[in-house]
Design a protein around this ligand. Sequence first.
Ligand code: HMG
Ligand code: MG
Length: 296
Amino acid sequence: AYPKFVKVVEVSPRDGLQNEKTWVPTETKINLINKLSDSGLRVVEATSFVSEKAIPQMKDNSEVLAGIIRKEGISYPVLVPNIKGMESALKQNVKEIAVFGAASEAFTQKNIKCSIEESLKRFEDVIAIAKRESIKVRGYVSCVMGCPYEGEIDPRLVNTVAQKLLDMGCYEISLGDTIGIGTPDKTYEMLQAVKIDRSILAAHFHNTYNRAIQNLVIALSEGISIVDSSVAGIGGCPYAKGASGNVPTEDILFLCELLGIEHGVDIPKLIEVGDYISTELKRENLARVKIADLEN
Ligand code: HMG
Ligand code: MG
């Protein structure tokens, strides 16, 4: 059975923009977040506190957080890889962070320049500070359906990394199909291996091969009720060659409507936000659902 309600975690200001080669003005990032906040979304991942050499597009993280209107009832998590990032995030008074690991040694090395084991040690230090400051921590596991460097990934390793993040104190675990190579069968198989309560698992599926929606139908029918997505399908990870954007939020909401799942988001408003950021980035809006579809 499908869940009654889906919580959408909007990741476009971070995952959607981090790979943009042309500089996106801070004001555009702030506008994007504020517009998303006005559409009924409950979680808007705002930026990341990572090395600016690694991800130049996120170097205005502090200005972005200082510039947005933080609405009551909305969470604005930020990515934090290490203590240094945590210290900068604390100065901006963040209430939620996300640590990001992977079920692939090679991807972990490329992405955050350490082994899986070392990454977990770093997260432990970050989470210790978060606990002291009463900051919520979300945990990502990348490459859950395959790795751009290693190819096939053993779903049992996905479970191991996810379980460790949970034991450390993450309140939610987001399963990332980083390069969008999942299939419905793989999605099912991977979820069978992950022995974690469905209510705290999120599906973070990139849409490289246009299969994210099919895979999400499997995830939803397996009891997952949290979905990460980006308006207009913008984005991609710079350490995942060929990976395109996240599944478009508009299409997730439309899927929810079709399946009779509540989501609490104003779809026409969100479609306008997708048009806004596509125009700003001079990119095609990859969402399939348009205003006209809603009138049929
Ligand atoms: P490193 O080179 O090992 O770090 O990188 P280091 O400690 O040796 O420091 C190197 C330099 O970076 C130093 O500066 C540090 O000060 C600086 P320098 O002395 O050379 O001028 N530095 C920092 N600056 C700002 N904020 C920080 C920070 N830490 C060090 N927090 C590190 C290790 C993790 C820092 C680096 O590799 C990094 O920042 N990686 C981030 C990569 C990233 O953001 N990837 C995209 C997000 S993950 C993703 O998209 C997947 C996801 O969407 C899920 C999915 O789709 O599967 C989440
Ligand atoms: Mg991602």
